[in-house]
Every structure is written in C-alpha cells, then in structure tokens.
Design a binder for this molecule. Structure first.
Ligand code: HEM
Length: 580
C-alpha cells in the first residue's frame, strides 16, 4: 500500500456519505476478533526511591495528563459510526495502529482473511476502509470513482500547497484537471513518448556501458542505484534538458534516492514532520532553481537545446512554486516506482532460473547482436509477461477506495498487494510464473481489477506510458547484456525477497548483483548474425502480410531497423514488387 496514494471521501465531493452495496464482496461472516496481545512490562528497580508528590507536583501532573483525559473524553463521546465493515477491535485512542505494525500490507491482508474482503480499521481517530478483492476494487475505483477520487492528504503536506498539487489534490478540481491534461499531452501522449525514445535508449545504453565498464568488473552493482540514476536523468532531461546524476558518482543516486524516500516516508507517518519535509523539499528544489532563473532571464529560444517541459510550464505562466511542486511530484511519483519495479523484476528473474533462461532465449532470438532499442519491445512477449508477473507480486504502490455507509473523510484503499496474491484468483500465487500472462489478455491498464499496479479510474497513474517503456527497456538491456551472479556466489534460491514498507514497497535488502559480460561474438560474425536475424524477422513479418500491401515504416519497425535497411531488404527479396 502506498499511503500517499490513499483516496478519501473528502471535501469537494457532494458532501453526502457514500452508500455502497458490497454484499457480493464475499465478506466472511466468521468474524474472529484477535485478542489484543500486548504485555505491559513496567519494571520497578529495587533502588528506585518513591518520593511523595507535593501539591505543586500534582498540578504539573494534572496539566501533563490533561491532553490524555481530553483525548479519552473525545473518544468516548465520539463513538465509531455504526454499520461499518467488520475489522479488528480498535484500542481506545490509538485504534489499530499497533496491530497494523511496520508491514501494513501483510497485517491488513491477514485482517482481510479473518474479517472479510472489505474491512474497517482505525488509525488513531482516522477511519480507514480497505477493499481486498477485484469486486471491492471495482466498486471503489469504478462504480464510486467520482465520490472516492479525492486523495487523502497526510498531515505533512503544506495546506497552502494542496490547491496547486497534482498528486495531493484533495479533489478533482479544475486545476487538477488542467495539470493532468498538460502532463497527458506534453509528457505521456503517444507522440511525446515516441519523441523521447532516443533519449531513453541513449541513457539506458550509457547505464549498460557503465555496468560493463572495467571499473565495475567483478564488483557488485546496486541495481536500485544505477536504475534510479538513469530514470532520474531521463525525467530530468524531459523536464529541464539536464542530467542531474553522474553514474560514476557512487552514492549521489543513493543519497538522492534516500531524500526522496525520506520525503515519502514523512508523508506516511500519521502526524508527519512538516518542518523536516520542508527541508527536504528545499534541498531538491535547489537542484534546478538556477535553471529556472536562467531560463526566465534568457531571451528568445535557444536553438541548441530541445524544447522541454520547463518551456511548456513557463509559456503557461506557471509561478516558481507551481513549477517546483509539479516537477517534485513527478520525480517522487515516477522515479521510485519505476526503479522498484525493475529491482524486483531483476530479483525475480535472478532467483528463477527457468524464467531467466526463457527471457534470455527470447532476447537472443529477437535482438541477437544488434544494439537494443525500443522498436524491439513489441516483439518480446515473454519480457512483457515477466513485467506483469512482477507487478502482480510486487505492486510498488497500493491503490485507492465499499457496501457500507462510509462517513466523510474516511480513507479508502484497495489492497492491490493482497489481490495479486489471492489464491482464489491466482494459481500458486506466491511463485513467479510469467507464463500466466502469456496466453492471457489480462492487462494493467485499469480495466482488469485483478491486476491494478497503476490503479484505475480518475486518479490512475498518468505516467504509465513512460514508466512501462522504461521498465521494459531497462530490464531487457540488463538481462541481454550480462549474466548476473550473487555476491560470494550465493545460491539465487536463497535471495532475500523481504519487503520494506513505505510509500512504495521496496526490497528491504537492496539488490546487489555482479555482472558478467556475456561472451562476445567477433565483428564479422556479429554482422552476419544480425543480417540473418533481420532476414528471419523480415520473412516472418512478410508472411503475416501475405497478399497485402506493406508499408516501409511498419516494416522497419517490425525488423527493428531504419527505413533504409527495410527498403534494401524489400528490394533484395522482392525486386519487382519493390519497384512498384
Ligand atoms: C512502474 C511505474 C509506476 C507505477 C507502478 C505507478 C503506480 C501508480 C499508482 C498505483 C498511482 C495511484 C493511482 C490511484 O490512486 O488509483 C500513481 C499515481 C501517480 N503516478 Fe504513477 N506509477 C509509475 C510510474 C510513474 C511515472 C513514470 C510517473 C511520472 C513521471 C508517474 C506519475 C504519477 C502521478 C503524477 C500520480 C498521481 C495522479 C493523481 O493523483 O491524479 N508514475 N502511480
């Protein structure tokens, strides 16, 4: 679960409570309330002297205890609303916080097993409703998407910034709509994604060179750090035409990743530390504030530079604060999620020999000795299946929003993690089996409620097109170029797959792998195998087009080479037809 992505039935809705009928949710009628199991361990050392309290001390004690009395009074006079979904019995004042613990995705799934697929919990005085089935997800993210599309905002966010925010927008107001539409057209449209392809290929190519460089030979590579630096630089370039992190500056990516993680973590603490969060925000803004100032001062368009997202925001008259906030939110929402997906995917394929072999075989057949590029991606069904399987088992974020009367301001979430591991939906749900997706039409684009790593409905992830392109290209490149070993030749079967809960579900132990260059083929052999490979692809493609007109652009796409290569192949194979 990503508390940051929690939805709420908050302000800005029509104000009425939401009555959702979820009787079909399969909620178990066997309600087993686990007895609280906390031991009160107060020790009384023998040498502790007991000093009688004076009248003055009593007054101080009374003042100290007053807030506690007030809290208890508030709790007693403000009972939980009736007719809520079942759930574990909350403790006075703290609610279920202690029972939820440090791994909420696991404890909440456990509560769902005990109480049903729609449960309610109390986080202090905050009510939380959790759906853990595709049916509950459909109710929350589709049927009642409009009423439940407000975002629950952690206390750590600065109230004055909320109206400017995309991620934290409490309601789907006009400003939120205009930000989503700006991002959709300028960053994530089909055209924008296609225009960025060269940039992604270049940055991923540099990452692969770095991993395979002499200085890294035999050394461990922290997959999360090199991937984070790469996706951060891609987004940095799209927004500011600038790369922020040098791959060789070990630790910078780790440091920045740490700051982003900490900022997100503050957002997940019930009473977040606003001052600390502000300090982190300022630290990140400092990275690009010079660029904004220079750009505002420069006159005319600099022809040596590409048109970037900063140009777009300035032309829309965005203030510095609006620019800072939007870019920060894109970095927060887009870098850690993508990195974590790739880190999990690598961990799963390294651990699962069969999946790794199949993926290698597919990459070898389709790409061979060519340099990998995005036009290859559509020819790699097993790669796509590996990514879907990773997102089923390790969705980086929970999603957001029931059959009960939900009071206003309730946090409502869908436990996507639990749905991905539900044995009534998936066979052998804890194993990594990409094959599941090979003959299946199930997709993660918000239509299939069994698989919701990007959420669904109005607040669904707008960055999906960019995120998924990066995941495919980086995973394919890392697997195709190297063989991967664990440090000290450890058995991959014993790879630690524990999760650390935060805004994203990361690997608790960062993945450290040793790359081994795959045996290289000599230059002439490489050329020969490339030509052979393209010939096979070309024949396969033309076979599928028998009796139809073929288009050079599509042909070049199908063979993963430019138009010139496609034309010359067509001329070689079908000289007469190519003439016409
Ligand atoms: C594998 C990669 C990614 C995953 C799994 C992912 C997942 C998610 C999820 C689950 C949500 C919440 C949806 C909901 O509340 O129903 C979300 C929201 C969001 N994501 Fe992503 N995301 C990814 C990549 C990206 C990228 C690359 C960007 C942008 C650069 C991005 C930008 C956003 C934004 C701005 C939101 C908030 C939208 C709103 O509240 O209206 N994400 N993402």
């Amino acid at each position: 679960m990503s508390p940051s992505f929690m939805r709420s039935l908050g302000h800005g809705n029509d104000g009425s409570d939401c009555g959702i009928d979820g009787s079909h949710d399969g909620i178990s009628d066997k309600i087993v309330l686990p007895e609280p199991n906390f031991k009160c361990a107060i020790t009384h050392p023998n040498n502790l002297r007991i000093i009688p309290l004076k009248v003055m001390d009593m007054n101080i004690l009374f003042l100290l205890l007053l807030p506690l009395f007030l809290l208890i009074f508030k709790h007693l006079t403000n009972p939980s609303p009736k007719n809520l979904p079942p759930g574990p019995r909350p403790w006075p004042i703290i609610g279920n916080i202690l029972q939820i613990g440090r791994k909420p995705h696991i404890s909440i799934t456990h509560f769902a097993n005990l109480h049903g697929l729609l449960i309610s919990l109390k986080l202090g005085s905050q009510l939380l409703v959790v759906g853990s089935s595709p049916a509950a997800a459909t109710e929350i993210l589709k049927t009642h998407d409009r009423q439940l599309s407000a975002r629950y905002t952690p206390k750590v966010t600065i109230p004055s910034l909320r109206p400017l925010s995309l991620v934290w927008a409490g309601e789907c107001n006009e400003h939120w709509k205009s930000l989503r539409s700006l991002c959709r057209t300028e960053l994530f449209s089909v055209k924008a994604i296609e225009l960025q392809a060269g940039l992604r290929e270049r940055k991923v190519g540099e990452m692969v060179e770095f991993v395979g460089s002499k200085e890294k030979e035999g050394k461990g590579v922290k997959i999360g750090e090199v991937v984070f630096a790469t996706v951060f630089n891609i987004l940095g370039n799209i927004c500011f035409s600038k790369y922020f992190i040098e791959l060789k500056d070990e630790g910078v990516a780790g440091g920045l990743k740490g700051v982003i993680w900490k900022m997100m973590e503050l957002g997940t603490t019930p009473n977040g530390l606003r001052k600390k969060a502000m300090e982190y925000q300022e630290e990140v803004y400092r990275m690009w504030e010079v660029i904004i100032t220079e750009r505002k001062e420069s006159e005319g368009v600099d022809a040596s530079r590409q048109h970037d997202f900063l140009d777009v925001m300035l032309s829309c008259q965005f203030s510095d604060m609006q620019i800072n906030l939007l870019i920060l939110e894109l970095f927060i929402a887009g870098t850690d999620t993508t990195t974590s997906t790739i880190e999990w995917a690598m961990a799963e394929v390294v651990k699962n020999k069969e999946a790794m072999e199949k993926l290698r075989e597919e990459l070898g057949k389709e790409i061979g000795a060519e340099s990998i590029n995005e036009s290859h991606m559509s020819q790699l069904p097993y790669l796509h299946a590996c990514v879907k399987e990773t997102l089923r088992l390790h969705p980086p974020a929970f999603s957001a929003s029931s059959s009960y009367t939900i009071p206003q301001n309730t946090q409502v979430i869908v436990n996507v993690w639990a749905i991905g591991r539900d044995p009534t939906i998936w066979e052998d749900p804890l194993s990594f089996k990409p094959k599941l997706f090979l003959d299946s039409k199930l997709d993660f684009r918000g239509q299939d409620f069994e698989l919701l790593p990007f959420g669904a409905g109005r607040r669904m992830c707008p960055g999906l097109p960019l995120g998924i392109k990066q995941v495919h290209l980086i995973l394919a490149s890392l697997v195709h170029r190297f063989e991967w070993l664990l440090p000290n030749n450890e058995d991959p079967l014993r790879l630690d797959m524990n999760e650390k809960f935060g805004i994203t579900l990361q690997k608790e132990q960062p993945l450290l792998l040793i790359p081994k260059q795959k045996p290289t083929v000599s230059q002439p052999m490489q050329m020969e195998s490339q030509v052979k490979m393209r010939e096979t692809k070309m024949l396969r493609y033309l076979g599928s087009k028998a009796g139809q007109m073929v288009n050079i652009k599509e042909t070049s796409h199908a063979i993963g080479k430019g138009k010139a290569a496609a034309t010359s192949f067509l001329e070689d194979f079908f000289p007469e037809e190519a003439q016409s």
